[in-house]
Design a protein. Structure first.
Length: 101
Protein backbone atom coordinates (compact mmCIF):
# COMPACT_ATOMS: atom_id res chain seq x y z
CA UNK A 1 0.00 0.00 0.00
CA UNK A 2 1.36 3.38 -0.94
CA UNK A 3 1.95 6.15 1.56
CA UNK A 4 -0.80 8.44 0.27
CA UNK A 5 -3.43 5.73 0.59
CA UNK A 6 -2.15 4.91 4.08
CA UNK A 7 -2.38 8.57 5.14
CA UNK A 8 -5.92 8.82 3.75
CA UNK A 9 -6.87 5.67 5.67
CA UNK A 10 -5.44 7.09 8.90
CA UNK A 11 -7.25 10.41 8.37
CA UNK A 12 -10.50 8.57 7.67
CA UNK A 13 -10.09 6.48 10.83
CA UNK A 14 -9.52 9.62 12.91
CA UNK A 15 -12.64 11.20 11.41
CA UNK A 16 -14.57 8.02 12.27
CA UNK A 17 -13.41 8.16 15.89
CA UNK A 18 -14.33 11.84 16.18
CA UNK A 19 -17.74 11.18 14.63
CA UNK A 20 -18.44 8.31 16.99
CA UNK A 21 -17.44 10.46 19.97
CA UNK A 22 -19.88 13.14 18.83
CA UNK A 23 -22.57 10.53 18.26
CA UNK A 24 -22.05 9.09 21.74
CA UNK A 25 -22.16 12.54 23.27
CA UNK A 26 -25.38 13.25 21.40
CA UNK A 27 -27.00 10.05 22.63
CA UNK A 28 -26.11 10.89 26.22
CA UNK A 29 -27.37 14.44 25.67
CA UNK A 30 -30.80 13.01 24.86
CA UNK A 31 -31.10 11.56 28.39
CA UNK A 32 -31.31 15.05 29.87
CA UNK A 33 -29.24 17.24 32.16
CA UNK A 34 -29.47 14.92 35.18
CA UNK A 35 -27.83 12.13 33.21
CA UNK A 36 -25.10 14.47 31.89
CA UNK A 37 -24.08 16.37 35.01
CA UNK A 38 -21.10 14.66 36.59
CA UNK A 39 -21.25 11.69 34.21
CA UNK A 40 -17.71 10.45 33.62
CA UNK A 41 -18.44 9.07 30.15
CA UNK A 42 -20.16 12.26 29.01
CA UNK A 43 -17.21 14.30 30.28
CA UNK A 44 -14.84 11.98 28.41
CA UNK A 45 -16.83 12.43 25.20
CA UNK A 46 -16.81 16.20 25.75
CA UNK A 47 -13.05 16.19 26.22
CA UNK A 48 -12.55 14.17 23.04
CA UNK A 49 -14.82 16.35 20.93
CA UNK A 50 -13.64 19.72 22.22
CA UNK A 51 -11.13 20.34 19.36
CA UNK A 52 -13.71 19.49 16.70
CA UNK A 53 -16.37 21.68 18.29
CA UNK A 54 -13.93 24.60 18.67
CA UNK A 55 -12.81 24.29 15.04
CA UNK A 56 -16.43 24.18 13.90
CA UNK A 57 -17.27 27.26 15.96
CA UNK A 58 -14.30 29.05 14.37
CA UNK A 59 -15.46 28.37 10.80
CA UNK A 60 -19.22 28.65 11.38
CA UNK A 61 -21.01 31.94 10.83
CA UNK A 62 -21.95 33.82 13.99
CA UNK A 63 -25.71 33.53 13.40
CA UNK A 64 -25.51 29.78 14.14
CA UNK A 65 -26.40 29.28 17.79
CA UNK A 66 -23.85 27.55 20.04
CA UNK A 67 -26.37 24.81 20.83
CA UNK A 68 -26.26 23.69 17.18
CA UNK A 69 -22.48 23.61 16.77
CA UNK A 70 -22.21 19.94 17.81
CA UNK A 71 -24.72 18.91 15.17
CA UNK A 72 -22.97 21.00 12.55
CA UNK A 73 -19.64 19.45 13.54
CA UNK A 74 -21.13 15.98 13.12
CA UNK A 75 -22.42 16.80 9.63
CA UNK A 76 -19.04 18.27 8.65
CA UNK A 77 -17.37 15.07 9.82
CA UNK A 78 -19.81 12.96 7.80
CA UNK A 79 -19.04 14.93 4.65
CA UNK A 80 -15.31 14.79 5.38
CA UNK A 81 -15.53 11.02 5.90
CA UNK A 82 -17.33 10.59 2.57
CA UNK A 83 -14.83 12.85 0.81
CA UNK A 84 -11.92 10.85 2.17
CA UNK A 85 -13.62 7.62 1.05
CA UNK A 86 -13.98 8.95 -2.50
CA UNK A 87 -10.37 10.21 -2.48
CA UNK A 88 -9.09 6.83 -1.31
CA UNK A 89 -11.14 5.02 -3.94
CA UNK A 90 -9.84 7.37 -6.63
CA UNK A 91 -6.22 6.78 -5.58
CA UNK A 92 -6.74 3.01 -5.51
CA UNK A 93 -8.25 3.00 -9.00
CA UNK A 94 -5.62 5.37 -10.42
CA UNK A 95 -2.80 3.18 -9.07
CA UNK A 96 -4.46 -0.07 -10.16
CA UNK A 97 -4.83 -1.42 -6.64
CA UNK A 98 -7.67 -3.41 -5.14
CA UNK A 99 -8.12 -1.59 -1.84
CA UNK A 100 -10.53 -2.82 0.83
CA UNK A 101 -13.40 -0.53 1.76
Amino acid sequence: MSTDILLLSIARALVEVAGLLLLGQGVLWLFGPKARDGNFIYDLFKLGTRPIVKATRAIAPRFIHDAHIGLLAFFILVWLWLGLAFAKRYLCISQGLDCPA
